[in-house]
Design a protein around this ligand. Structure first.
Ligand code: DP6
Length: 418
């Protein structure tokens, strides 16, 4: 590599959780959905993808590494993203390093990409959304692409539908669009993360042995076989989107929670209506729903919303910190860790919620009283070991460039992952 320059750029991009779900495509290759969707971006401090992209005349082909392991870039989705972003590249000059790349050079130059998730990729926590969004965002910055985040979101969409919503922080809508070429199917920000910063999000990563159907093939089967999906896309979602936008604008938690829970349940009903039926939630997921529903009903107003994607993990959104600390008490009461589990590895992310709840160690968990809403009824069953761990987080910001070179994942001398 002697004498050849290497230019790198590192970015960090969040994951997102849909509160009005995307399920079903009207165009498989362009990834155009059958309905709008709305998501909340999660704090990248707890869940994010970091990606370094590097370019050099010395690179012989495009290569990518995920969590240190080389993966193939030959898939159509990666290729669409690379092609679309290259087509929009403009002149780049780095005076400090004496590097000049003109618009037309980008067609010939190859890229090295290294990506890392700060959470287990296999846990089913929307890693592809953050990953594809980060790839597109980082390449856009490296190649001096002038398009705004919405235009970039339409490129990320072609990598994975839900990825388009990770180009913004806070509350995001993916507008399905009408055009056949997909040019108007993109994400817009409804409100930033500061707009409703009382919300606390607790994710229960549910232990699962089952190999799940991927979102891509699951939604294809639903489009082909579920009549409920047609009804949902035409009649239900358009009205819900309007109501959800209003709930977010007014910080109306009661309405937000009712809509999010109903939409998650309808998405899973569509899965059940698919032939053959798809089961993403398991008994633990159902137990978590029961716990939340019972508690919400015992209060004057809902305290927590739940939503589940294409897997058994629960994403629970509490109205404020107080509700979150009461929620973690309930969750730990019903789902205590296995003996000898260190609480530090059982509740991850923002541990101050645990402190608010007065829980320091496993002894405090064992001493938790049953939640008042089940008093005088049959003693609640404990479901030890059904949850692998919890992550406490909050709504978070959109993608950022990390200018500190020590955070780069590619060695600027070798062009290979560090
Ligand atoms: C249940 O975005 O993973 O999470 O577009 O085929 O890559 P592809 O699917 P993907 O589907 C996400 C589905 C969901 C709901 C949502 O995020 O809106």
């Amino acid at each position: 590599m002697a004498g050849e320059w290497i230019l790198t750029l590192t970015a960090q991009t969040p994951t997102n959780i849909a509160v009005i779900k995307y399920w079903g495509k009207r165009d498989e290759s362009l990834i155009l959905p059958v309905n709008d969707s709305i998501s909340v971006t999660l704090d990248p401090g707890h869940l994010c993808t970091t990606t370094t992209v590097a370019v050099s005349p010395a690179f012989e082909q495009d290569r990518m590494w995920l969590n240190g392991k080389e993966i193939s870039l030959s898939g159509d989705r990666f290729q669409s993203c690379l092609r679309e972003i290259r087509a929009r590249a403009t002149d780049v000059e780095n005076k400090e390093k004496g590097i000049k790349i003109s618009k037309k050079d980008w067609e010939k130059l190859h890229l090295h990409i290294s990506s890392f998730n700060n959470f287990p990729t296999a846990a089913g926590l929307a890693s592809s959304a953050a990953g594809l969004a980060c790839l597109v965002f980082a390449l856009g910055k490296l190649m001096n692409v002038r398009e705004d985040h919405s235009q970039l979101s339409a490129i990320a969409r072609q990598g994975s539908g839900s990825a388009c919503r990770s180009l913004y922080g806070g509350f995001v809508k993916w507008i399905m669009g009408k055009e056949e070429n997909g040019s108007d199917s993109l994400a817009v920000q409804l409100a930033d993360e500061k707009h409703w910063d009382e919300l606390v999000i607790i994710i229960a990563v549910v232990s699962s042995r089952q190999k799940e159907t991927s979102s891509t093939s699951g939604m294809r089967e639903s489009v082909e076989t579920s009549l409920l999906l047609q009804h949902r896309a035409k009649e239900v979602v358009p009205k819900r989107i309007l109501k959800m936008e209003e709930a977010i604008q007014n910080r109306d938690f009661a309405s937000f929670a009712a809509l999010a829970c109903a939409d998650s349940n309808q998405f899973h009903a569509v899965c059940l209506d698919t032939s053959p039926p798809i089961f993403y939630m398991n008994d633990t997921s159902h137990r978590i729903i029961n716990c939340v529903e019972k508690w919400n009903r015992s209060e004057e107003a809902p305290q927590v919303a739940y939503t589940f994607d294409a897997g058994p993990n629960a994403v629970l959104i509490a109205r404020n910190r107080k509700a979150a600390s009461l929620l973690i008490q309930r969750l730990l009461y019903y789902f205590p860790p296995n003996p000898e589990t260190d609480m530090n590895s059982y509740v991850l992310g923002d541990k101050s919620i645990l402190k608010d709840a007065g829980i320091q160690g496993i002894d405090d968990v064992e001493a938790l009283p049953p939640p008042p809403e089940i008093k005088d009824k049959i003693p609640a069953q404990k479901n030890r070991g059904e949850v692998s761990y919890f992550i406490c987080t909050r709504p978070g910001r959109g993608p950022v460039v990390l200018s500190d070179e020590s955070q780069a994942l590619i060695d600027p001398k070798t062009g290979l992952p560090k």
